[in-house]
Design a protein around this ligand. Structure first.
Ligand code: UDP
Ligand code: MG
Length: 318
């Protein structure tokens, strides 16, 4: 039977929260009156998480377990879960109960009521995050927005509901190291937001040390745009213009006789070669940017209405 709702939960060494999670999630989902499955993605845990999951799976058949052979990271674990989830709607949720499961019914009813494909969970209150995390996140999202013009919500993380059409679209993308919170908005499906209060981690400690945060930031930046490559082109042309000016100055100075012998030709060679190199690097950058966009394989446009068929493409399950 195909479930109506899948709940995908990535977990890495979450033995401490797992019992709390099951205790809170199961009665909630059982009470929702939909056919559901929970996809627990064990991201190569080295603690008791796999053993616990095995036990819960036996007593709660709707809990499916997908075990990754090695730690692949939060985003990759979610992607693995999305690839195997079967629901008409799929919610992704952190294991540590920072995203309250009680919001899931709200997301589902918002999606059905407004016939939207994506419902983003938006944090109304980040008081549970550290000062460092709040400030770094805020600055970073602003920067990304300016760089890319994407509409990713600054307070939306990976707690979101997606329709089957959205999940299929995400699954069809060949992009590696993708950061879903930027990929999903870029797919352009109609969306809603639901506010929630981000809670403290229920037990255990964060699985996002600074090094993983930095990796996520780099993946986000390089994933959303090729703007950094374009900087190379711009720098190349600016450098080339400056080099030409310098050569011009060298020639004038020589004609007026204020130069040491050999200075003009040295400047001309150094500046000229430098300018050619900069422009060439810029051109390479442009082609690499094109190749990169092609490899990412994201859609370049979305049809909202077509008069030939007099319909909008069906969004989401009906
Ligand atoms: N996680 C994962 N693989 C990792 C790191 C984290 O699957 O390599 C999971 C983790 O178990 C949790 C979610 O991703 O369910 C978010 O991680 P965490 O709560 O540690 O991050 P924070 O909330 O501190 O940013
Ligand atoms: Mg957390």
């Amino acid at each position: 039977m195909v479930p109506e709702l899948s709940v995908v939960i990535p977990m890495y060494n979450e033995e401490d929260v797992l019992p709390l999670l099951v205790q809170r999630l199961r009665p909630l989902l059982d009470g929702m009156d939909v056919a559901y499955e929970v996809v627990a993605v064990d991201d190569g845990s080295t603690d008791l998480t796999p053993a616990l999951l095995h036990r819960y799976h036996r007593e709660w058949p709707a809990l499916r377990v997908l075990r990754l052979r090695a730690n692949a990271g939060h985003q990759a674990a979610i992607s693995a879960g999305l690839a195997t989830a079967r629901g008409a709607y799929v919610v992704t949720l952190d294991a540590d109960l920072q995203d309250p499961p009680e919001v899931i019914p709200e997301m589902l009813s918002a999606a059905r009521r407004d016939n939207v494909d994506v419902v983003y969970g938006v944090r109304s209150d980040r008081s549970s995050d550290t000062w460092f995390k709040r400030v770094s996140a805020q600055t970073f999202y602003r920067f990304i927005r300016v760089m890319s013009g994407t509409s990713a919500h600054a307070d939306a993380g990976d707690f979101r509901l997606m329709s089957r059409a959205t999940v299929d679209a995400v699954n069809s993308l060949p992009e590696h190291n993708r950061v879903l919170r930027f990929v999903v908005p870029a797919l352009g499906f109609p969306s809603d937001t639901v506010e929630y209060k981000r809670e403290e981690r229920a037990a255990g400690s964060t699985k996002y040390p600074l090094i993983k945060m930095i990796r996520l930031s780099v993946d986000s930046l390089t994933g959303i745009s090729t703007a950094p490559l374009r900087l190379a082109t711009i720098a190349g042309f600016v450098g080339a213009v400056l080099a030409l000016l310098l050569i011009g100055y060298g020639l004038v100075a020589r004609a007026q006789g204020h130069t040491v012998a050999g200075w003009t030709s040295t400047v001309a060679v150094v500046a000229g070669v430098g300018a050619v190199q900069l422009v060439c690097v810029g051109i390479l950058g442009e082609y690499i940017g094109r190749m990169y966009a092609q490899l990412q394989g994201r859609p370049t446009y979305f049809v909202a209405y077509d008069s030939l068929t007099e319909s909008s493409p069906q969004h989401g399950p009906t």
